[in-house]
Design a protein around this ligand. Structure first.
Ligand SMILES: O=C(O)c1ccc(O)c(O)c1
Ligand SMILES: [Mg+2]
Length: 620
C-alpha cells in the first residue's frame, strides 16, 4: 500500500464471519493481501475462481495458503498419503493463484524424531512443489512434537536444501518460548518465505492454548514486535508482513472493525520500526505518509455531557471543588468551569447520564494530529467546533487544540461568580472504563493517536471482581490516560456500576485542598479508619501527617520515585466522580493499590444513601 515495497497482509483466521465477510473487511481496511486459512475456503460456497476474482476486485493478493499439517518425518506409507494430499492442495493453490503454502511442524503421533528424515521428506515435497511453481514455507509451531523452535526449523530447512523450501517465521512461536531472536540474523532473507506477526499478553499457560485464544495485534500485548520485525526485515526478507491472530473476542467481533484495528496496529508498528530501527530497515518501512505523532503539551479541557433536567448536575460539585463558572457558549448551551489550568466544559445533550464526552488535547499542530488520527482510520468528528476532532473507539471525541488558543472565546463571560480557589492547578489524568471486548483496541488507539507510550499494566482485586488497568502517557507526562476493564463479568450479584469514569485534578497541597473543598460543601468520599491503621503499619508515616490524611480522607501511596496523595468525591449519578491528586518527587503511578478502598467506599455511600431514600417501613 503506502510504503514503496512493504506488503501488509492479514490472515483470514483473524476475522469473524464467512470468507466473504473476511475478504470484504480486509479490503476495506486497506490491506494489500491475505493468507487464506484452509478451513475458511473449505466451508465457502464460492468456487476457487470466484474467490480469486473477489480478491482481485478488492485489491487483495492471496499470498499464503495455510496450514498444511503433519507432513514430515513419517513412515513411507504415511509419506505417500501426505504427498498425495499435498498434490491436491497444490491443485487448489494453482487455481487460486497463490504460490506459497505454509507447512507447520508436525504434532502427529506418526512422526519420528529424525531431522535427516524430516529434511529429506520436505525436500521431496519441495521438488513436487517447484514443478508447480509453488514454494514451501516451513513453520515451527511452539508446540510441535519434535520441531518447536525456529532454530530447529532452520536447521531442517538448511538440510532440506531446495530452493523451493524456506521458512515461515511467526513471532508468536518465537517469542512465546522466549527464544533469542539474535539467531534470526544468520538466516539469509531469501530463505524466509513468509513473516507472520502476533502479539500476546504475558501469560503462564500451555503455549497451544495461549496461541489459539489469546493472540493480539502488535502493540496490544507484551511482546517486542518492533525488535522482532526489525530483525527479520534486516535479513533482507522482502515478502509480506502478515498478521495471524487467533483470538476468542475477534472471532466474534464485527470483522470490519477488527480489520481496522489490525491495520492501525500495523501502521503503528511500521512507524515504530522506521523511527527506531537500523537505517537499512527504516528504508524498507516507507512511513512517509503517517503524519508525526503529536507532542501533547497538556489537556485543553475535559467535556462532560449531561442529559439536563432530572439528570445529575455536575455543576454544584464543580462549585464545591472551587471551580469558577467562566462563561457560556450561547450556540450550544455549554458552560465553562475553570480552576487553575483545569477547564471543564459541561454540555447538555438531552440524553444519557453524566459522561466524559470529549477530551481537548493541546498540541502544537492540531491539523497534523487530526490527519494522523484519520490516517490511523479514526472517524472524523464534528464535536470539536473549529478545532479538528476524531472519535475514539469508545465514543469519546478527541479534540486537538493549539496551546493557548482562544477556543474559550466562544464562551461569553458569566456574571462574575465568587472565586473560591481550592488549590487545583490542572488535570492530572482521565480514567475511563472500557468494555472487556474493546479494552485492547481502545488502549492502542489512544496511544497511537496521541503519541503516548504505555506504562506498566496493573491488576487489583476490587470488591466486585478483578480490575485490570493500563495507562499511557507522553514523554513529558502532560497527558495521562488510564483505562480500566473488569477482567471478567458474570452474573448479576455485582452492583451495576457499569463503567465508571473519573477526572483527576492536580493540587500542590491536597490536604489544604480537601479542607477548603469541605468548607465549600464538596461531597468528598469518607475513607474508613481501618485503612489508616493499615497505612500506619505499612509506611510508619509521622503521626501528625497520618492524622491529617485520616482527618481529610486522603489516601496515600509510594513508589521508588516519590509519594502520591489523593482523595475522591462521591459518585455523581452512576458513572462519574472526581479525584484530586498530589505527586511528590516524581511518583509515576495512579494509586491503583488504593482503588479497592475507593470502590468499597463508593459502594458504602451508595448503600447508605439508598437506605436513607427508602420510605420508613414502620407504621405511623
Ligand atoms: O494453531 C495452529 O494450528 C496454527 C496454524 C498455523 C499457524 O501459522 C500457526 O501459527 C498456528
Ligand atoms: Mg503462524
Amino acid at each position: 500500500m503506502d510504503g514503496p515495497e512493504l506488503h501488509l497482509d492479514i490472515a483470514t483466521v483473524c476475522l469473524s464471519g464467512t470468507l466473504e465477510d473476511k475478504l470484504a473487511a480486509a479490503g476495506a481496511a486497506g490491506f494489500d493481501g491475505v493468507e487464506i486459512f484452509e478451513h475458511d475456503l473449505v466451508v465457502s460456497p464460492w468456487s476457487l475462481r470466484e474467490v480469486r476474482a473477489r480478491c482481485a476486485d478488492l485489491g487483495l493478493s492471496i499470498d499464503l495458503y495455510q496450514p498444511f499439517r503433519d507432513f514430515e518425518a513419517v513412515p513411507p506409507d504415511v509419506l505417500a498419503a501426505n504427498l498425495r494430499r499435498a498434490e491436491r492442495k497444490f491443485d487448489v493453490m494453482e487455481q487460486l493463484g497463490v504460490d506459497t503454502v505454509l507447512v507447520c511442524s508436525s504434532v502427529s503421533p506418526d512422526a519420528v524424531d529424525d531431522d535427516d528424515l524430516a529434511a529429506e521428506q520436505l525436500h521431496a515435497l519441495a521438488c513436487r512443489a517447484a514443478d508447480r511453481g509453488i514454494r514451501i514455507a516451513y513453520e515451527a509451531l511452539a508446540w510441535g512434537r519434535f520441531v518447536n523452535t525456529y532454530e530447529h526449523s532452520w536447521r531442517i530447512v538448511r538440510r532440506g536444501d531446495h530452493p523451493a523450501l524456506g521458512l515461515c517465521l511467526d513471532s508468536f512461536h518465537v517469542l512465546s518460548r522466549g527464544s533469542d531472536i539474535a539467531g534470526i540474523r544468520v538466516i539469509p532473507g531469501s530463505r524466509i518465505f513468509f513473516l507472520q506477526l502476533a502479539d500476546a499478553p504475558r501469560l503462564r499457560m500451555d503455549v497451544l492454548q495461549w496461541s489459539r485464544h489469546h493472540r493480539l495485534f502488535p502493540g496490544q500485548g507484551a511482546f517486542d514486535l518492533t525488535a522482532f520485525t526489525g530483525t527479520v526485515v534486516a535479513t533482507g526478507y522482502d515478502g509480506p508482513v502478515s498478521l495471524e491472530v487467533f483470538n476468542d473476542v475477534f472471532r466474534q467481533a464485527d470483522p470490519a472493525r477488527t480489520a481496522v484495528d489490525a491495520m492501525r496496529s500495523l501502521l503503528l508498528l511500521r512507524e515504530d520500526i522506521a523511527t527506531t530501527g537500523p537505517v537499512r530497515v527504516r528504508d524498507r518501512m516507507g512511513v512517509a505518509d503517517l503524519p508525526a505523532a503529536p507532542q501533547p503539551t497538556g489537556y485543553a479541557f475535559c467535556e462532560l455531557t449531561t442529559a439536563g433536567s432530572g439528570a445529575p448536575d455536575p455543576t454544584p460539585v464543580l462549585a464545591g471543588l472551587g471551580f469558577v463558572h467562566m462563561g457560556q457558549d450561547e450556540s450550544s448551551s455549554a458552560r465553562l468551569w475553570q480552576q487553575g489550568d483545569a477547564r471543564i466544559v459541561v454540555r447538555t445533550t438531552g440524553f444519557g447520564g453524566v459522561r466524559i464526552g470529549a477530551l481537548g488535547v493541546e498540541t502544537p499542530d492540531p491539523a497534523v494530529a487530526a490527519r494522523r488520527a484519520e490516517r490511523l482510520l479514526a472517524p472524523t468528528d464534528s464535536g470539536g467546533g473549529a478545532d479538528p476532532a476524531v472519535t475514539a473507539p469508545d465514543g469519546v471525541t478527541l479534540v486537538f487544540c493549539r496551546p493557548g488558543s482562544d477556543w474559550t472565546a466562544d464562551f461569553t463571560a458569566a456574571e462574575p461568580s465568587a472565586v473560591h480557589t481550592c488549590g487545583i492547578t490542572g488535570i492530572d489524568h482521565v480514567s475511563l472504563t472500557e468494555p472487556f471486548d474493546d479494552f485492547d483496541r481502545t488502549a492502542l488507539f489512544y496511544r497511537a493517536a496521541l503519541g503516548l507510550r504505555p506504562e506498566p499494566e496493573t491488576e487489583f482485586a476490587a470488591p466486585f471482581g478483578l480490575i485490570r488497568s493500563r495507562s499511557a502517557t507522553d514523554r513529558d507526562r502532560r497527558i495521562r490516560i488510564a483505562l480500566n476493564v473488569a477482567a471478567l463479568r458474570r452474573g448479576d450479584w455485582a452492583p451495576a456500576v457499569p463503567d465508571p469514569q473519573h477526572i483527576a485534578f492536580t493540587s500542590e497541597d491536597v490536604v489544604a485542598s480537601a479542607r477548603a473543598m469541605r468548607a465549600l460543601g464538596a461531597p468528598l468520599l469518607d475513607i474508613p479508619d481501618n485503612y489508616y491503621d493499615d497505612l500506619d503499619a505499612r509506611f510508619a508515616l509521622p503521626l501528625g501527617r497520618l492524622a491529617s490524611l485520616r482527618e481529610c480522607s486522603v489516601l496515600y501511596d509510594q513508589d521508588e520515585h516519590g509519594e502520591f496523595l489523593h482523595f475522591y468525591t462521591h459518585m455523581l449519578g452512576s458513572h462519574l466522580f472526581f479525584e484530586v491528586v498530589q505527586r511528590i518527587g516524581g511518583y509515576q503511578g495512579y494509586g491503583a493499590v488504593n482503588s479497592p478502598v475507593r470502590m468499597a467506599a463508593h459502594r458504602q455511600f451508595r448503600l447508605t444513601r439508598e437506605a436513607a431514600d427508602r420510605p420508613d417501613p414502620r407504621p405511623r
